[in-house]
Design a binder for this molecule. Sequence first.
Ligand SMILES: Cc1ncc(COP(=O)(O)O)c(C=O)c1O
Length: 449
Amino acid sequence: MPKQSAKLDIGIKDKSLENLPVWCKLSDCNRRSALGFVGKIMAEFNIEPAQRIKRLPPYLFGRLNALKLAKRQQGADIIDLGMGNPSDPVPQIVIDKLCEAAQDPRNHRYSASKGIKGLRKEIAKKYERKWNVQLDWQTEVLTCIGSKEGFSHLCLAMLGPGDTAVVPDPAFPIHNYSVALAGANVISVPLGNDEKFLKTIAKVVEHLYPKPKLLILNFPHNPTAMTVDEGFFETVVDVAKRFGIAVIHDFAYGETCFDGYKAPSLLSVKGAKDVGVEFITMSKPYNMAGFRIGFVAGNKNMLDYLATIKGYYDYGIFQAIQIAGIIALRHCEDDIIAQNERYRSRRDVVCEGLSRIGWEVQKPRATMFVWAKVPKEHSGGKGSIDYAMDLMEYAEVAIAPGRAFGENGEDYMRIALVENEQRLRQAIRNITRFVQQRPIRKAKSGKKD
Ligand SMILES: Cc1ncc(COP(=O)(O)O)c(C=O)c1O
């Protein structure tokens, strides 16, 4: 047996083979030793992600998700109020249309990245009907594969290294991550909904160099459920024009309102289309979260930048979903009202229950969340992430720690109203027992109590 080595001298006899890559010229024996050699190199080879991945902050839900999984594997019945993932059904008329459209092979092809004409027209109609906003469906409306996709890609289309965006703290995490993934930096300002908040923003934009390029807003707000009144966006547009900053308004909860509150749209302000765009989603009002369908409307240039990126990246939403979306927009106003009524009564259960045990809550007039401040005597001074871990472990309730939404979220918890009232009452009982220092039970492997 010749001694095996990783040396690639294999003594080529056939001159015609000399131009082949070295790898192709190996004899069997040498190929095996070279494989070992390459394997060794591979073992030492460190595959690095792009810098933009490394810029992302640690994933704060990681520990909580791992614990939830472990507890469930042990048989615990975790009441999951962590994520704003709607659990109620999509209106039947929408499902019927989806099934019908899915049968048509013409809908199986790639679709238009900007969205089909009928859908974009329907969005323009909805804006006119609901917020008295006139939109040119061809240049001022675009569909997205869920508003999160559109939002992230718009940041990528508008921001790069050296750029900055102003984002209130706390915030829906993607509002920060999209800026970071685009290579730009976030300027955090404490969240507010009043003159003082807008003055802070004006000051930041006026005095910082380089001047921030984007202002990211979201009212009704996730996670705090904070809302704004008519007039707020007039000042926003004024500030944007005065200091030359573009605005993205995430209007995900624009239709999830109760107690007679009507959330104002950025686009209803005169001149808003000169400075910004607004994202709306079908995930929340119609429970179509898994369908992945949302829209953006407003400034033509910003939409053009987004359409350019999307034109390279995607082929649009499955056409049957877009057709079902038309039906939702056209026929499901009553379903939105019914859904909001569900959220309102769940909100009451949670707010009243948490108030009784001394958590500080204000009844929100919009969104599917309750934002509650935990008294120090309950948390024992623990950070919100550790406290959320305790609640999962001992109360078997999963809720989102405020810290996951920013530094200013510490001391708070976000409760998503995604379970029915009975389950919510159970969750409140579990939390109550826990804060009274009587853990309901420790999970035992494989068995439920
Ligand atoms: C403020 C906000 N924006 C956007 C989204 C995502 O919406 P979509 O499902 O359309 O991507 C959510 C989802 O929770 C949200 O809370």
